[in-house]
Design a binder for this molecule. Structure first.
Ligand code: SAM
Length: 198
């Protein structure tokens, strides 16, 4: 599948489709918030949600930040970004949506204190995962945390991509991130990564 077809798929998908049972969202936030807590305890934290969708996680994360904090949501779908912005407005939190036009090159998100990405890398081919992790690392401040999950295994199929932990570890190492792995939170097949910028 070409990157263009992949992006077309996401751009034509109804972003309300990402709605998940509240219990799953709460469990995901439970696995996410403590890991980024230390890097976001600063006065004006800037936190990236890569592949933010409708803001299901970006909005509660923004609520958990200090008042001057902001979540920058990046997505290939303008429809998803618009929906996330509407949700942020209703909830009165700071959110800035930015389009990732080619699904491989981050827009200029500027200095980040922390970043996260949930249910994205299991849909992306290896070159996209490598490019995005490397660029997130470039924008992260020293000591900043990138918390993300992927599906562990070995499969190269559109929408059901699985990676050995060694592959993700190598990508993180090449990007200057020190990665720790944690298996089985939220879903048995999910591998969680806390990657710290050295
Ligand atoms: C399954 S949804 C998950 C949304 C959100 N992270 C959540 O957990 O509710 C995947 C999201 O990633 C976006 N996406 C897909 N490929 C992307 C890419 N290469 N770069 C950035 N976002 C992408 C899609 O448009 C979609 O909004």
């Amino acid at each position: 599948m070409s990157a263009e077809r992949e992006i077309e798929f996401w751009q034509t998908l109804d972003p309300t489709a990402y709605v998940k049972p509240q219990g799953l969202t709460d469990a995901t936030l439970g696995a996410l918030l403590p890991a980024i807590g230390k890097s976001t305890g600063v006065k004006r934290p800037r936190v990236l949600d890569l592949g933010c969708g409708d803001g299901r996680l970006a909005i509660p994360v923004a609520k958990a930040l200090p008042k001057a904090g902001k979540v920058i949501g990046v997505d290939v779908s303008q429809g998803a970004l618009d929906l996330a912005s509407t949700h942020a407005e209703v909830d009165g939190v700071k959110f800035e949506g930015m389009l990732c036009e080619d699904g491989r090159t981050l827009p200029d998100v500027k200095r980040l204190d922390a970043a996260f990405s949930i249910t994205l890398f299991q849909h992306l081919p290896r070159e996209a995962v490598a490019a995005l992790i490397t660029q997130v690392a470039m924008y992260l401040k020293k000591g900043g945390v990138f918390r993300f999950q992927f599906v562990e295994g070995d499969s190269d199929e559109f929408l059901t991509q699985k990676y050995p932990s060694s592959v993700i570890g190598q990508i993180c190492q090449g990007a200057g991130l020190q990665a720790e792995f944690e298996r089985g939170l939220v879903h048995d097949c999910w591998m969680w990564v806390t990657a710290v910028k050295g």
